[in-house]
Design a protein around this ligand. Sequence first.
Ligand code: ADP
Ligand code: MG
Length: 322
Amino acid sequence: MSGTSYTYSQQLMGTTVSLKLFVENLTAVSAVFNAIEQLEDRLTVNRYHSEVMSINHAAGKQPVAVSKLVFDLISQAKAASLLPDSKFNLAIGPLVKLWKIGFNGHSIPEKDEIGRRLTLTNPHHIKLNRTNQTVYLAKAGMEIDLGAIAKGYIADIIKLLLAQYNIFQAIINCGGNVLTIGYSPITADKQWHIGLKRPFAEANNLLGIIHVEDKSVVTSGIYERYFISNDQLYHHILDPHTGYPLNNELHSVTIISNNSLTGDIYSTIFYGLGIRQGLSELKKKQNIGVIFVTRDKKIIIQSNQHFTFELTADDYQLISYS
Ligand code: ADP
Ligand code: MG
């Protein structure tokens, strides 16, 4: 075990981004944070201007040429939105903007308004032209929202950037999205130890520890951003079919995968599928592992040999499939 680690943090992408390295390399560190800032500038829909916003502003009017980076992410997001039974939908923007969950001014919208916005969220109406690298939203009022996956995509790019600085051991944490690179130089088992959060508790209150090497660990939970009205909890993962927050037996889904974009896409998809359908789907997806945390205090795991899990909460029951 070699000892020293160097940790750097910045507020970016609406969260605290932290980077831990095991060599001191300030050039690499500033390159990383600059890159994240620039990528956020292109992908965000929380400001008036960005590459993605230029597509949204032109909805119903004309196709917009974008960079390869933005085009590729939108193509992958569209493909994920069109998978059978997928509740991931990159065209969810009009509903996200209506609910404002996690932002100032959230409220329960009128049913009619939800119905009206649902007509603006069909992913088939996002027209991609690979030759011209353009994106066209066919109906006025449509909006792409990459909020569920931008962090994962950015984390994967940062891994490539670190490699250019010959850094092959690191951990990037973008609030709920953790990407581990290489093996850990500071633990006896050479694995990274990532905490699984207890829903609705303090950040350092854990249900257990995930042990991984060179993997992404992404969690989608309903306790990250939500509001309560009339004893009813409204969280920020919306059901693209009803327009209301997805309602099922789950508090969170964690995906362990090689790349973080996959983790980000599938954490939303598996949250939407729920446990039964999720586990059967996982048999076909040997390249990812999953941890479901349920409302009734069960932790259901299918590791597919991508991680091990150490339970630390004695009020939770662990059910493990391998
Ligand atoms: P976090 O931003 O807390 O990491 P997620 O990765 O789970 O959370 O993504 C939630 C965000 O994804 C929402 O804030 C919204 O911007 C967007 N979103 C909400 N519902 C959907 C959906 N069904 N499909 C795709 N994106 C969604
Ligand atoms: Mg996500």
